[in-house]
Design a protein around this ligand. Structure first.
Ligand code: TYD
Length: 209
């Protein structure tokens, strides 16, 4: 039975997720809540191997359905090994990317059937969705430039701009479809301002609980 708080954070590559993930963790720790920080794809021994395959820029021949299933299998593994046991113990789980990444990148980006992507992933997560998802809203023009300046591009980052535009549209659709769960944050704001908004959202979540 799920007891812990489950948070995910989403956004395009280079939207500043990592900083905010750490902020959320520190905020919860200050409140005396035990936390577990995870990233996707990866986060388990098996998942990290799957991650290597997925992000290897040399795997240019990867089929879109194979890609979608690999992301889902890494997710199934992290659910079984890490997320579910932690939530059952009452630990707050913070996931850097989760199911919405697959809907946005594989569903919208690769133009696979959205319902199929959702159903496969719903099985992978054992029907458990985050309590709150933060979406760092940044247009692909800005986020990709930021990311490419910072490091060597991986297989997904190497995709053409059209792909990233579709992913962005996908995220926006998810935000309007699930306004109760997905909280939109303007990634153009300062780190402090975004942190303040996250705090407000979490405070109001705790009040409602
Ligand atoms: P990563 O280096 O973790 O990027 P980021 O720091 O932006 O999260 O690489 C993960 C990549 O995998 C990223 O380009 C998004 C993509 N991805 C999917 O396409 N589908 C998914 O389900 C997930 C979790 C990630």
């Amino acid at each position: 039975m799920k007891k812990g708080l489950f948070i995910s954070i989403e956004g395009l590559d280079g939207s500043g997720k990592t900083t905010q993930v750490r902020y959320i963790q520190e905020y919860l720790q200050r409140k005396g809540i035990e936390t577990l920080l995870l990233r996707e794809p990866g986060g388990t021994k098996i998942g990290e191997k799957v991650r290597d395959i997925l992000l290897d820029a040399r795997n240019t021949e990867m089929d879109s359905v194979a890609e979608m299933l690999l992301y889902a299998s890494s997710r199934a593994q992290i659910m079984a090994e890490k997320v579910i046991p932690a939530l059952e113990e009452g630990t707050a789980v913070i996931c850097d990317r989760f199911i919405d990444s697959s809907i946005a990148y594989q569903g919208y980006g690769r133009q696979l059937d959205i319902n199929e992507v959702y159903n496969v992933n719903f099985t992978a997560v054992r029907h458990i969705l985050p309590d709150i998802t933060f979406f760092l809203d940044q247009h692909p023009d800005t986020s990709l430039r930021r990311r490419k300046e910072a490091s060597t591009a991986d297989r997904l980052e190497n995709e053409e701009m059209e792909f990233h535009n579709r992913v962005y549209i996908g995220y926006k659709e998810l935000c309007s479809r699930y306004p109760e769960r997905i909280k939109v944050l303007d990634a153009g704001k300062s780190i402090e301002e975004i942190g303040k908004e996250i705090t407000e959202q979490l405070e109001s979540f705790f009040e409602r609980m």
